[in-house]
Each structure stands twice: as structure tokens, then as C-alpha cells.
Design a protein around this ligand. Structure first.
Ligand SMILES: [Fe+2]
Length: 290
């Protein structure tokens, strides 16, 4: 089966203020020729367009203070106050994703952040501050490419379906919430999202699945058959044809469309330390059904 969508080539020649180098056919580009401390309005506009087209943007060698990082991210919307730890003196919108030498990264599975919210986070960014000597890469998979890669029979099977999404306890829960808050969240009713979404920015469909601990079941198929279909789709989106692997360097910034991608933090660097600064862009829209 041919999983090459070819999308992305359409605009590949139309960038004049930034360099856009695709990392794979379906997802991810390295962006160069721009200083994120002071992008021109034209460069900022092309970066936004490149994100819609490529889903994941990688910028190497960026020297940003936490305030400059937050200011740059405002081209994508409003950064929200972080619920993760924030380093002393940093703006509250810049969180520290810090795996210390005595702990292991445990969220090493394909997932999307916050799909259990009515308004899932649209855009996320990470900025590498402290890295292990090797390892600790992050993988991303395009849910748009994954939809395009479904067979026609499978596209018909998923048409019009919706899924229950619900929060679950993870490694980060205790850092973000009290025990009482976590229990209240776990009891909240699930959120329903379309299984096939439509990205209004480019008209493409995307397969809105997430790890089973968040994406619980298909509303219209509360059966073992429904669960098996969801499992099959979650496996499908993990095909290497749809993903890109980011190898971090010191001062690398990665920005991605959270709702149109899953990501996988590779947990291979224990007992080394890793710290990334995160910025989360506020959500303003519910995912639209195709
Ligand atoms: Fe995540």
C-alpha cells in the first residue's frame, strides 16, 4: 500500500522568508534562516503556514530567553499559564518538563495531550535546555497522513463515528493536581470527539485517535468490535510512513499541531537528566467533524 500523501509539495516552493527542509514526505520540516527572537512579520506568517502544511517544525540553534520564547509563541495564539513546574523567574507560561537523574520517563507511548478536554490544545512547543549525551528523542505521527493512508473500506467504516475521551492518571498528574482534584477529574463525564476530524486550515481530514487510556471507546459501537476497531486504528497511526523522529540538540525548538499529531517521548536515557521548556497555546475551537 502506498502511504505517500504528497501533500506538502504544493507549497514547498512558495516560502520566501524562511528555509523549509522536509524531514520526511508526510510530516516534519526543519526551518532555518530565521531568528526566533525577532522574526519579521513575513517570516512569522510563513512559519504559521509551514506549521499547517508540515505539522511539526524543528528550529535548531535558537538562543532564547524564557520571555523571548513565550513572546515568539504568541504568533500561534495565547500561551496559557502552565500547570507543570515553572523555573524561578520564568514567565508562568513557560513550563519545565524535567526528568531528573533519579526518575524515568514513563509517558513513553504514542499520545496526544489533552484530548480529554472539550477544547484540546492546538499547538505545543518544546525548547531543549538540558539533554542526555544521546537518546531522549521525540517522535511525531501525522494524523492527517494516517487518515489518507486508510483503505477506502476503512474510511467508510470510520465515517461519522465519535469517541469517548477521558482523563487518566499519569506520571505528571501528581505534579499538576492535588489528590482531590485528580479524583474529581476522573469522575467527570467523558468528552465526545469525532473519530474523523476536519482541519479547517487546510481542508484535510485527520484520524482523531489517541492512546486507549485517553481515547476510551467508540460511542456508536459500545462492543468488543468497536474496541477492536479503535485498537486497529491506534496501531495504524503508528506506521513509520506517517512519522518523523526528532533528535534534539541543545537550543532546538520544536513546535507541533497537537490535535493533528501524536507524539512519543523515547525513554532510553535513564539515569541521565533531560529538561525541555514547554509552551501551550490556548484552545479556542472544538475539533470539527469531517
Ligand atoms: Fe505529551
Amino acid at each position: 500500500m502506498n502511504y505517500q500523501s504528497g501533500i506538502g509539495k504544493r507549497r514547498m516552493d512558495s516560502y520566501e522568508h524562511i528555509n523549509v527542509k522536509p524531514m520526511t514526505v508526510n510530516v516534519g520540516s526543519e526551518i532555518s534562516g530565521v531568528d526566533l527572537r525577532q522574526p519579521s512579520p513575513h517570516a512569522a506568517s510563513e512559519i504559521k503556514r509551514a506549521l499547517i502544511d508540515r505539522k511539526v517544525l524543528v528550529f535548531h540553534d535558537q538562543e532564547l530567553t524564557p520571555h523571548q520564547y513565550k513572546d515568539f509563541m504568541q504568533i500561534f495564539g495565547t500561551p496559557v499559564k502552565e500547570d507543570m513546574d515553572v523555573d524561578a523567574g520564568h514567565p508562568p507560561e513557560v513550563g519545565a518538563i524535567h526528568i531528573r537523574p533519579d526518575e524515568r520517563q514513563r509517558i513513553n507511548f504514542w499520545h496526544m495531550d489533552h484530548s480529554f478536554r472539550d477544547l484540546p490544545t492546538p499547538v505545543l512547543a518544546l525548547y531543549a535546555r538540558l539533554l542526555p549525551p544521546v537518546g531522549g528523542d521525540t517522535l511525531f505521527t501525522s494524523l492527517e497522513a494516517a487518515y489518507d493512508g486508510l483503505s477506502e473500506r476503512m474510511k467508510s467504516a470510520v465515517e461519522g463515528l465519535t469517541c469517548y475521551h477521558r482523563v487518566t492518571t499519569t506520571q505528571n498528574t501528581k505534579r499538576r493536581h492535588t489528590k482531590e482534584e485528580a479524583e474529581a477529574m476522573a469522575k467527570a463525564p467523558p468528552v465526545v470527539h469525532p473519530l474523523v476530524g476536519l482541519n479547517p486550515d487546510n481542508g484535510r481530514r485527520f484520524l482523531f485517535v489517541n492512546v486507549p487510556i485517553y481515547c476510551r471507546s467508540i460511542v456508536e459501537m459500545p462492543t468488543a468490535g468497536g474496541d477492536a476497531l479503535l485498537k486497529k486504528l491506534y496501531q495504524h497511526v503508528q506506521r513509520p510512513e506517517f512519522h518523523v523522529r526528532v533528535v534534539w540538540q541543545e537550543n532546538t525548538v520544536v513546535i507541533w499541531e497537537n490535535v493533528h499529531c501524536l507524539h512519543y517521548p523515547v525513554a532510553d536515557y535513564f539515569p541521565h537528566e533531560r529538561k525541555l521548556w514547554r509552551v501551550v497555546i490556548d484552545a479556542t475551537d472544538r475539533p470539527k467533524a469531517a
